[in-house]
Design a protein around this ligand. Structure first.
Ligand code: ADP
Ligand code: ASP
Ligand code: MG
Length: 614
């Protein structure tokens, strides 16, 4: 026996040569059972095309579709008789296959010693589909999302991994219910309960069995908050977790009972999501990747359509944590990375990532393609369309992310790729605005050339756990920005005191960062155009920083002027000049009108979005 192979603990399943055709009389029913049981499927072929040969090649592409539906991405190993390294098992496969009896056989055969490892998740290769709150806001939306899931199954011939957010505004409603219990002593979960009941009733689902147990726990929690008069970040995370836990149970039941799909609801912490204990904004721990893979191997077979809660996880003490608002995007990309998904789809209520926030600039247009880095900068600097950290797992494991509109599935959306794969020759990709930031000016009182100045300044900010976003320096001065409300008056006084020996420090609030996500190799052109436009609008730029990332030029302006500034810049870069083409449309104006109409339609449809602040 070949050393890399050993007798299988469980029978493996062999599809002999010739069985790749429907004429063999092998019915789906007769082989489905065996295929499902088999931990590994050997697909024996006498000849195997050179380009597809490989020791762990997934040969399901060679199996006709009716077999493939059973196989999905089960471990299919294609073997060629001619390949010397696999002589022993091949002989056996060949014996059987050469018997002329065109039947699938099972019995003690061989399986590989090592499962495919290396880059995570080469085992499953599925698509991860995440649907945001507005996509599952009510029963009609759930039906539509079920149609999208079906369409994905037909396209990829396997079940996607589905990630869901809480329905509509449930997360906000839960926060409001917690605050009412804490501050007013009112225990009232009616809004959350009514939505869950209405969706169950409209979908013909048994609400007592599906959602009542969770709603009862929710009421108990609110009662506890009322009496203990405490709502810590830890308790808040537990409170908001009910949103996602309700939505996956309802949606999985809909898929199972109304659509006949083998769906099963899972809470992300049971699937393997582990975080630190930084409640409300927890960081995913590295072990999560292995835990997810092992969970899928043990529990989620290829015959299961997993519907997993976004946003929530547990720390190592077993407390529920959350990944920060909008965290379901991060859940989806983490799953995609762990499972080596072919793609992560993020379904929202807009036609993809737009050139800027469509609520601020209604004629924003969708961006066809961008890099992980650009999307990350955009999200970090205020574009609420993606969770700021969601690109990290996708970038690390090179999993393409597609942002799509569940209200308009035909729209191509935005695909986010590795920089080398993306074809982008444009000055500006998108604009984002982060309002309400604090600007800190620090001027050294020491002589020019004194060393250790920056080190002391940053040590001081580190001690106060203040995260700095944008920086500009000169020999003797430094300007930087902090998040809104990051530094209250007391802390400001402390910092001024701590640094008074080396610098004069002044804080100004009410500023905004406008980030121009751009090709920084063209920074002179971009800055010249941006400054001209802002000068025409009488807008004073208080600080400029060209990111080390090479994707971002940040401008700090007054809060009050931020919207005017971003509209003027958007006109300049996306609608006025012929060089402003975003690679998405030859008629920017028509595309803009269509995008604005779609955004407005989506806004009206779910009643949550407010389109067009103009
Ligand atoms: P979901 O919760 O469904 O995942 P979000 O509400 O978090 O979706 O994100 C989509 C919303 O983000 C859009 O409705 C839009 O108003 C807002 N948004 C802000 N900036 C952008 C942008 N550059 N492109 C697209 N949408 C944006
Ligand atoms: N439900 C959570 C929120 O509203 C997480 C998410 O939607 O991604 O922030
Ligand atoms: Mg969101």
């Amino acid at each position: 026996m070949h050393s890399a192979l050993r007798p299988a603990a469980q029978p493996c399943f062999i599809l002999a040569p010739g069985l790749t055709s429907n004429r063999n009389g092998l019915t789906r029913a007769s082989c489905a059972h065996e295929l499902r049981r088999a931990p590994c499927v050997w697909l024996a072929r006498r000849r195997f095309p050179r380009q597809t040969a490989g020791p762990q090649h997934d040969a399901s592409c060679l199996v006709p579709s009716f077999h493939r539906q059973e196989l999905h991405r089960q471990r299919v190993v294609a073997l060629s008789r001619r390949r010397t390294k696999r002589t022993a098992p091949l002989d056996i496969v060949a014996e059987r296959s050469d018997s002329g009896n065109a039947q699938a056989v099972s019995g003690t055969q061989f399986q590989q010693e090592a499962t495919p490892t290396g880059a995570p998740g080469k085992v499953y290769d599925r698509v991860v589909c995440k649907f945001g709150g507005s996509s599952v806001a009510d029963a009609e939306r759930m039906r539509e999302v079920a149609r999208l899931v079906r369409r994905q199954i037909e396209l990829s011939r396997q079940y996607p991994v589905v990630v869901l957010s809480a329905m509509g505004s449930t997360t906000n409603d839960l926060i409001a219910a917690g605050d009412a219990a804490l501050y007013e002593g009112i225990v009232d979960s009616t809004v959350v309960r009514n939505r869950a009941y209405a969706v169950c009733d409209a979908l013909g689902l048994d609400r007592e069995a599906l959602v009542d147990p969770l709603l009862m726990q929710l009421d108990q929690l609110l009662m506890g908050v009322k009496f203990i008069r405490e709502l810590s970040p830890r308790t808040r995370d537990y409170l908001v977790s009910f949103g996602e836990r309700l939505s996956v149970r309802i949606f999985a039941a809909h898929l199972l009972y109304n659509e006949g799909l083998p769906a099963r609801a899972f809470d992300a912490f049971d699937v393997g999501f582990r975080t630190d204990s930084n409640f409300q904004n927890a960081e995913i721990l590295e072990e999560t990747y292995d835990l997810i893979r092992s969970f899928f191997e043990r529990v989620v077979s290829n015959q299961t359509l997993a519907v997993i809660t976004g946003f929530i996880a547990k720390d190592n003490e077993g407390h529920v944590t959350t990944l920060g608002r909008g965290g379901s995007d991060l859940t989806a990309t983490t799953l995609g990375a762990a499972l080596g998904a072919t793609e992560v789809q993020v379904w929202k209520d807009v036609d993809g990532i737009m050139t800027t926030d469509p609520r601020l600039v209604p004629n924003a247009i969708p961006v066809a393609e961008m890099s992980f880095e650009e999307a990350a900068e955009l999200a970090y600097f205020g574009a609420k369309v993606l969770h700021p950290v969601a690109m990290q797992p996708a970038l690390r494991f090179n999993i393409p992310v597609r942002v799509k509109n569940s209200y308009n599935p035909e729209a191509p959306g935005t695909v986010i790729l590795r920089r080398e794969s993306a074809t982008m020759d444009r000055p500006v990709t998108a604009l984002s605005v982060k309002r309400g930031v604090q600007l800190v000016d620090i001027v050294s009182t020491r002589m020019v050339g004194a060393y250790g100045f920056l080190a002391r300044v940053f040590a001081c900010f580190a001690t106060h756990q203040l995260s700095v976003d944008v920086i500009a320096t000169s020999e003797v001065s430094l300007s930087l920005t902090l998040d809104a409300n990051a530094c209250d008056m007391t802390r400001q006084q402390r910092i001024i005191k701590e640094l008074q020996q080396i610098a004069q420090v002044s804080f100004s609030s009410g500023r905004a960062i406008i980030s121009i996500i751009s090709n920084v190799r063209r920074s002179s052109e971009i800055l010249a155009r941006a400054m001209k436009v802002l000068h025409e609008q009488n807008i004073e730029v208080q600080m400029i920083s060209q990111g080390a990332s090479k994707f971002n030029i940040s401008l700090v302006v007054h809060n009050d002027e931020a919207i005017t500034a971003v509209r003027a810049l958007h006109d300049e870069f996306f609608h006025c000049s012929p060089s402003a083409s975003n690679g998405t449309s030859t008629s920017a104006t028509a595309a803009a009108a269509a995008a604005a109409a779609a955004a407005a339609a989506a806004a009206n449809a779910d009643g949550v979005r407010v389109a067009g602040a103009a």
